[in-house]
Design a protein around this ligand. Structure first.
Ligand code: PGA
Length: 232
């Protein structure tokens, strides 16, 4: 497992223009200079990925979803090959907002996880309960588990300002670890901010965080990263 903690920004459908996207990206990139113990990933909307992904950057990039085919007649979709070609290393799969609004099922999640791995992307599988991990990773080999990450995101904690309590999060972390084995980083997501971030790492034992709203405010996001960088 990577020694670094993994902090993933999920910008969702934000910001509304490329200029702001570049501004947030650059401020984040500038601010993480000197950070050693955190791998920072920004998952921007597809249309901004090429805008924000420089040739070489300390910030890694990822998609927020991808299709399970390389290419073809799938209007509106972005393929894993395209994300890889645009310089992405990661892709979020199965986010609860996609499950809720875009009809994402455990079956499509499973296909997308396999496709991402095939094209060299590291999928970040978002789950709200253990059953979604079992179904989303069905048929994967032990090696595959070393190439993905899982994000525990209780639906009620996303975008609500009501983050999951540490004891409950810790309990889920242990359950997830039991399913995925030792190699996959397990992240917490749901109303993470600079005040609560460290607790998920130090007390609940997560390997990183998936950050939505707070990742769009560079000062706040950098505060989260610095906190985790100095976590024990
Ligand atoms: P939030 O979103 O940090 O705004 O709660 C997290 C997510 O949806 O990944």
């Amino acid at each position: 497992m990577t020694m670094k903690h993994l902090i993933v920004a999920n910008w969702k459908c934000n910001p509304s223009g490329a200029k702001d996207a570049l501004d947030i990206f650059r401020k984040t990139e500038e601010g993480i200079k000197g950070i050693e113990n955190v791998e920072t990933v920004i998952c921007a909307p597809s249309i901004f990925i090429s805008v924000v992904t420089p040739e070489k950057s300390s910030v890694k990039t990822g998609g927020q979803d991808c299709h399970f085919e390389e290419k073809g007649a799938f209007t509106g979709e972005t393929s894993p090959a395209m994300l890889r070609d645009a310089g992405c290393d990661y892709v979020i799969i199965g986010h609860s907002e996609r499950r809720k609004y875009q009809g994402e099922t455990d079956e499509t999640v499973n296909k997308k996880i396999r496709a991402s791995l095939k094209f060299g992307l590291k999928p970040i599988l978002c789950i709200d309960n253990p059953d979604q991990i079992r179904k989303g990773t069905e048929g994967l080999s032990k090696e595959d588990f070393g190439r993905l990450a899982v994000a525990f995101e209780p639906i009620w904690a996303i975008g609500t300002g009501k983050a999951c309590g540490i004891p409950e999060a810790k309990e889920m972390n242990t359950i997830i670890r039991g399913i995925v084995g030792e190699d996959a980083p397990v992240l917490y997501g749901g109303s993470v901010n600079s005040q609560n971030a460290r607790g998920y790492i130090e007390e609940a034992g997560f390997n990183g965080l998936l950050v939505g709203g707070a990742s769009l405010k560079p000062d706040e996001f950098l505060e989260i990263i610095r906190g985790v960088d100095s976590a024990m």
